[in-house]
Design a protein around this ligand. Sequence first.
Ligand SMILES: Cc1cc2nc3c(=O)[nH]c(=O)nc-3n(C[C@H](O)[C@H](O)[C@H](O)COP(=O)(O)OP(=O)(O)OC[C@H]3O[C@@H](n4cnc5c(N)ncnc54)[C@H](O)[C@@H]3O)c2cc1C
Ligand SMILES: *[C@@H]1O[C@H](CO)[C@@H](O)[C@H](O)[C@H]1NC(C)=O
Ligand SMILES: *[C@@H]1O[C@H](CO)[C@@H](O)[C@H](O)[C@H]1NC(C)=O
Ligand SMILES: *[C@@H]1O[C@H](CO)[C@@H](O)[C@H](O)[C@H]1NC(C)=O
Ligand SMILES: *[C@@H]1O[C@H](CO)[C@@H](O)[C@H](O)[C@H]1NC(C)=O
Length: 545
Amino acid sequence: MSPLRSFLAILPLLLSISLSTSASIQESFIQCLSFHSDKGYSFNDSIYTPNSASFTSILDSTAQNLRCLLPSAPKPEFIFTPLTDSHVQVAVTCSKQLGIHLRVRSGGHDYEGLSYVSQIETPFIVVDLVKLRGANVDIQDNTAWIQAGATIGEVYYRIYEKSAVHGFPAGLCSSLGVGGHITGGAYGSMMRKYGLGADNVLDAKIVDANGNILDRKAMGEDLFWAIRGGGGASFGIILWWKIKLVPVPKTVTVFTVTKTLEQGATKLLHRWQEVAPFIDNDLFIRVIIQPDANPAKKGARTISTSYNALFLGDAERLLQVAKQSFPELGLTRKDVQEKSWIKSVLYIAGYPNDTPPEVLLQGKSTFKNYFKAKSDFVREPIPESGLEGLWQRMLEEESPLMIWNPYGGKMSEFSESDIPFPHRNGTLYKIQYVSLWQDGEKSAEKHIDWIRKLYNYMTPYVSKFPREAYVNYRDLDLGMNKKNSTNYIQASSWGNMYFKDNFSRLVKIKTKVDPENVFRHEQSIPPLPVSAKRTKCSKCNKWEV
Ligand SMILES: Cc1cc2nc3c(=O)[nH]c(=O)nc-3n(C[C@H](O)[C@H](O)[C@H](O)COP(=O)(O)OP(=O)(O)OC[C@H]3O[C@@H](n4cnc5c(N)ncnc54)[C@H](O)[C@@H]3O)c2cc1C
Ligand SMILES: *[C@@H]1O[C@H](CO)[C@@H](O)[C@H](O)[C@H]1NC(C)=O
Ligand SMILES: *[C@@H]1O[C@H](CO)[C@@H](O)[C@H](O)[C@H]1NC(C)=O
Ligand SMILES: *[C@@H]1O[C@H](CO)[C@@H](O)[C@H](O)[C@H]1NC(C)=O
Ligand SMILES: *[C@@H]1O[C@H](CO)[C@@H](O)[C@H](O)[C@H]1NC(C)=O
């Protein structure tokens, strides 16, 4: 063995000795941070170890999926909460120098907890951007610079503070962190009019694998393409986005109309599939589907379908559009409410009427559960018989939930390669499946098993070759061996589901900007190994290694 080879062979051993106790990791990290920062700056108050009184409350604070906080879930050695952009730079430098695996968290909504749990490496640390939440809105320029740790609700609020006729087309849930949210696409109730959040990004600042801060010009168009939809934590740490604001009317209109099976839900939903993706671009009607008590039969359940909508216009025009294009819904004036755009944000996010917009500044989430979720894209209407089978399965589960989101409109005007998000023209709608539960680990397996079976049942009705999935609904079931993050053959299977053929371009960009795979997780974009033959098997869409 050459001296270099033998040194490399014992390197992991050396690292594991020097990192053998958490106290020493934390101390070395603080020393490293101080060494690379302004003299005299103490990082003691920004580091939380499991011994700190506030460790658990900080770890739990923004974590959305309680399943990822169970005692059995691996915990970070410590959490670092940077106060400035340069702290994020030195965190990357120091984690590389000390060989400590790093996870980054903005809003904590990851479905598999990838921003605060590593199943593939110990030790790991969490860099939590919770204190980096600026939002500078420039109404004259129709733009804003927003910082990764801000929630999308804060961004909406900061826009509303300056203008009643500007908005931004991103998520429906107000507590999403813009750092993770926009890297995966970011859809919401204005997507049929303006596209995704990621379609409306003009510039960004990112810390790369070398600890440099790059803006669009410095990073180049390849990397700028990859971070707008290629999924979180594969290419670097987003510090800031520059977003393009969009016009919204002074008055918008919202409604929620609910129909049960007894009220003809199946026929109406069948019709919705044909109508919602093609209706006026100002109208977004999603459907929230879950079991509900059956008023006609004591103790029995039915399926309830709630048509929950935003219309970018007043009630009178909405009623005309509905009457002309979707008369089956039977929408009337008393079903609909006119509001300002910011109030419609609160309505769609599920806040009670009359909640003041300031609630958006609290960054609090209205959703914290044990859950497992999956997604599908639908390209042809599902026949009524298929829907009936779906109802049967939902009625067997305690707390299932589906949300169907219409596509079409502006979404179809972008090409599949404009950004890595490929689910464009031809997509009728997206399905999100969720199973929720309350009793932690106890029944987890049962519910996860249920949702996997449901997903199998849906195979004939949804997109094929590949079966598409939304990267922001991260799902570790998709073709991934959790123990092996460098398995390219398996990576191409989830990669093609999330990104279709854009996955190959993401792999090429990753190989260029982060060949050592500093930014990695269970489903991060893999770089090609230096030794890999860079050929692509044309029929099977897999990388030959
Ligand atoms: C209740 C709920 C409602 C949702 N509603 C919507 C919706 O309406 N529309 C929609 O499109 N999606 C929605 N999502 C999905 C959401 O967009 C994704 O979970 C998104 O990744 C969350 O971003 P985050 O910053 O909050 O999460 P995090 O858990 O902090 O991050 C998610 C991923 O991105 C990485 N990451 C975080 N910050 C950065 C950064 N600064 N730079 C690089 N990588 C980073 C993390 O490491 C992780 O891998 C919802 C999720 C939940 C739980
Ligand atoms: C930070 O913590 C270290 C070790 O825990 C201690 O020696 C040092 O004095 C602390 N520094 C400050 C400024 O509190
Ligand atoms: C979407 O695809 C359909 C059918 O292929 C085509 O007729 C239509 O023009 C496309 N729409 C856009 C906006 O490109
Ligand atoms: C991980 O996958 C790579 C590439 O397929 C393979 O060479 C390696 O042996 C695997 N490692 C483990 C631990 O399975
Ligand atoms: C992006 O994905 C689409 C859909 O698979 C594909 O047609 C296109 O060639 C891809 N673009 C790039 C640049 O890889």
